[in-house]
Design a protein around this ligand. Structure first.
Ligand SMILES: Cc1cc2nc3c(=O)[nH]c(=O)nc-3n(C[C@H](O)[C@H](O)[C@H](O)COP(=O)(O)OP(=O)(O)OC[C@H]3O[C@@H](n4cnc5c(N)ncnc54)[C@H](O)[C@@H]3O)c2cc1C
Length: 393
């Protein structure tokens, strides 16, 4: 067991090094990348070649995932590194491990009878797909749901094939559309009350409605501009149900991994922005006005707080403490501070930061994504408020 754990840690360390090298290449193309509005397959081929997709495959299935407690930091560090080079690629990449955690396939190794065998088989298959280089993604969000998957209006009715259903509904924010091979979603199964988890094979599927998927709106984000987080309409589209119905309610760390991964991306963006600005400010160091000096001092303070919040989130997961509450608090804190830091940097750097030739305006919009990512602002604050009163009982 000990030997297996060391190998996994070593493998994750090797992947991290390769991801860092890839991110450095991406950083060299920053100006062109920040102008992109589309994903480039070659980036994801290179990411796959680093071994990144194995972060969502358990050690005993040939990957480097050990457990939520042991593997979360390594995955987050890879995403943080990737964000030093390209925000959109990092966000799309994060969905792969986040999704395989969300389904419960990584964190719930055994299902109770009568789902045991089918669950085992489905997990094996999902991990094999990741090992074969197939990237996973998610299109759970629905207009009007406010990020709350229990409010889904999408429906799924049995197709007559084993585990097969036909999906109807409007979905949006499908990051990585066109790059991801398999995508998860939520829908209310026919005759049931609660939403459950489904996944679909999107490989080679046209988006013209001819086979049940229609591009409703191409992604036009102000930030994370090249994530292809498209909106799609599904009509009788074949999907497969989770082999353990209701497993998503049973996950021990619902959402904590996603919160850490999304925060890690923004931490990566912020530290790159601070580093870039610090270098740029050397030139006007002696002519900085009092306001600029004060704002820059605040950048330092808030940048430090962001690092503490991020570290606190990772440690809460590692110590298997009240992980969900702490990761929720940390994500909200990083989201607020990151927006604040980026605004201050823009003011100190000066009017040039408002130009599309400068990286800061792009980073400012990119970090704004964190507050909207699951759980989005309203839902996050609701949960924090409720959790606070529960904690005082
Ligand atoms: C960059 C980025 C990437 C994301 N990637 C993913 C992803 O890969 N997968 C995923 O599942 N989610 C993804 N999300 C979505 C995220 O997880 C939240 O679900 C989403 O941001 C919630 O948005 P909201 O709170 O505004 O609520 P929503 O209710 O989802 O509203 C979002 C938008 O829909 C409009 N709207 C509201 N009500 C209606 C209605 N009744 N009819 C029509 N339109 C309406 C709103 O005006 C608003 O513009 C991503 C978000 C961002 C910002």
């Amino acid at each position: 067991m000990q030997a297996q754990s060391e190998t996994a840690a070593k493998d994750a360390g090797i992947i991290l090094e390769k991801v860092r090298e890839l991110a450095a290449d991406f950083a060299g193309e920053r100006r062109e990348r920040q102008q992109r509005r589309e994903l480039v397959q070659a980036d994801f081929d290179r990411l796959r070649d680093t071994g990144f997709l194995l972060t969502a495959v358990p050690v005993d299935h040939g990957g480097c995932w050990e457990s939520f407690e042991q593997s979360n930091r390594a995955i987050c560090e890879m995403l943080r590194a990737l964000a030093h080079g390209d925000s959109s690629v990092s966000l799309v990449a994060s969905m792969h491990p986040a999704v395989l955690q969300y389904t419960g396939w990584l964190t719930l190794p055994e299902a109770p009878d009568p789902y045991r065998e089918a669950w085992d088989e489905q997990r094996r298959w999902a991990f094999q797909m990741a090992k074969d280089g197939r990237q996973w993604g998610t299109i759970m969000s629905e207009p009007g749901s406010g990020g709350d998957t229990s409010k889904t209006k999408a429906t799924a009715r049995p197709s007559g094939q084993d585990g097969g259903y036909l999906l109807d509904g409007e979905k949006h924010f499908g990051s990585g559309s066109g790059i991801t091979s398999y995508v998860i979603t939520v829908a209310v199964p026919d005759g049931e009350e609660e939403a459950d988890l489904f996944f679909m094979d999107m490989q080679g599927v046209p988006w013209d409605g001819s086979t049940g998927v229609k591009l409703a709106a191409a992604w036009d984000g102000c930030g994370m501009t090249a994530t292809q987080s498209h909106a799609m309409t599904f009509k009788d589209f074949p999907v497969t149900r989770s082999a353990w119905p209701g497993a998503i309610q049973k996950r021990p760390n619902a959402g904590g991994g996603g919160a850490c991964m999304f925060a890690a991306i923004v931490v990566g963006i912020v530290e790159t922005a601070i580093g870039t600005a610090r270098q740029q400010l050397q030139r006007k160091r002696d002519s900085m006005l009092a306001y600029e000096q004060t704002e820059w001092a605040r950048v330092e303070i808030e940048g430090w707080l962001i690092q503490q919040a991020y570290e606190g989130m990772l440690r809460a997961v590692e110590q298997a403490s009240t992980g969900n509450r702490e990761t929720r608090l940390g994500k909200a804190a990083v989201a607020e501070l990151a927006e604040s830091v980026m605004l201050r940097i823009c003011k100190v750097v000066g009017g040039g930061s408002y130009s599309r030739h400068s990286p800061y305006g792009f980073w400012l919009e990119d970090v704004r994504a964190l507050g909207f990512l699951r759980p989005p602002w309203g839902l996050a604050f609701d949960q924090i408020f409720q959790g606070s009163l529960d904690a005082s009982e």
